[in-house]
Design a protein around this ligand. Structure first.
Ligand code: NDP
Ligand code: PYC
Length: 337
């Protein structure tokens, strides 16, 4: 059983900002990156919470991040915006491009934002949740490093390639899902390895292509897509639309760029925003009510909506803080020595 300790969300933020500052990240990046790490812990998404501070420290020490990059927002067409992250973390680039994307979606009904040349390690739900919280339907995609074998193959070619979707709802909680197109995020397998736990069959194969329950073997062999050929096709789509379509790297190219450093992925992200009010005009309220009936049809039979667990965790951790593995906390605090 993993020994855990309880810390408050304020302590999580203080620790995150201290580690990121100590490693030389400029103030705007410290704030933007810490925001997503705190959000991950707050919503009990361990694979993208404070564990990522170890990954940030490693990526920075490997010289793979521009510590003070100032993203440049480029308005390239009525419904398109590009943000050049200039080798910095993606979060600040997203924050700077988001108002432009939202305004374009309201003007045109639909708009897309490409973030280019960013280091990407974060979950995508904070982004689509924020856009949906502002009344927009949102989709986000990013490749990562080539860690995942295609269905029917044995050699990694895809990233863990998440896809996130946000739908505005009355009240504070939009409908949001966000998942890797691999059976599970790589961070989850890394956490299993840290804690000496085996992984379920179906998450990965060893270097010889045999099914494995050993986390290290899967990390060194290949991860598997979720849903066989369906996850494989979705992962291919993400490689294409958040890679070549926006002039950025595939996961294989990102891994080659990494050159053995084992740093966070480098490349692009595509975000699409749609304004239901623009699509539907005076009929928006009527049709959004039908959407509510659909979601009610899910929950009324006892099934839960994606993000329901996160929203419940958020309410709980705001009061009681979060539990983190003692060894993880010690390893993170050691980054400040
Ligand atoms: P999970 O499999 O843990 O969860 C995926 C989604 O499914 C969540 O929206 C979750 O909601 C929902 N869900 C889980 N169980 C149920 C259920 N029983 N009923 C309804 N909905 C459910 O996520 P992954 O391991 O695939 O990914 C974790 C994170 O990793 C993602 O946030 C992703 O963005 C991130 N990631 C980032 C990458 C990057 O390159 N930046 C690469 C790969 C992953 P809930 O949260 O409420 O449980
Ligand atoms: O957990 O698969 C993952 C991941 C890759 C990049 C950031 N997170």
């Amino acid at each position: 059983m993993t020994e855990t300790v309880r810390i408050s969300l304020d302590e999580v933020r203080t620790l995150a900002e201290a580690v990121l500052s100590r490693h030389g990240l400029s103030e705007p990046h410290v704030k933007a990156v810490a925001d997503t790490i705190v959000a991950g812990e707050r919503d009990e998404c361990a694979s993208h919470g404070i564990y990522r501070l170890l990954v940030c420290a490693h990526t920075i020490k490997a010289g793979k991040v521009s510590l003070d990059a100032e993203p440049v927002v480029q308005d390239i067409a009525p419904a398109l915006v590009k943000v050049d992250a200039k080798g910095g973390y993606a979060q600040l680039a997203f924050n700077m491009g988001k108002p432009v994307l939202a305004e374009k979606a309201r003007q045109c009904g639909i708009a897309a934002m490409a973030i280019n040349r960013c280091i990407h390690f974060s979950a995508l739900w904070p982004e689509v949740e924020e856009l949906a919280g502002n009344g927009l339907v949102a989709l986000a995609f990013t490749p990562s490093h080539a860690w995942v074998a295609p269905a029917g193959g044995k050699k990694p070619i895809f990233g863990t390639n998440p896809i996130a979707f946000g739908w505005p709802r009355p009240g504070p909680h939009p409908y949001v899902f966000d998942f890797a197109t691999s059976a599970v995020a790589r961070g989850e397998i890394e956490l299993h390895r840290r804690e000496g736990k085996s992984i379920p069959l179906g998450w990965g194969i060893d270097a010889n292509g045999n099914p494995t329950t050993d986390a290290t073997e899967a990390l060194e062999g290949a991860m598997l897509t979720f849903g066989g050929h369906k996850g494989s096709a979705l992962s291919t789509m993400i490689e294409l639309i958040a890679g070549p379509l926006i002039g950025d790297m595939t996961s294989a190219e990102s891994l080659a760029h990494d050159d053995g450093a084992k740093a966070s992925p480098y490349g692009g992200e595509l975000i699409i925003a749609i304004d239901p009010a623009r699509f539907l005009g005076s009929l928006a309220a009527e049709h959004l009510a039908r959407a509510e009936a659909l979601l009610e049809g899910i929950t009324s039979q006892g099934a839960r909506l994606p993000s329901q667990r996160r929203y419940e965790a958020r309410a709980r951790t705001a009061l009681g803080g979060v539990r983190v593995p003692r060894t993880l906390l010690e390893d993170i605090r050691a980054l400040l020595d």
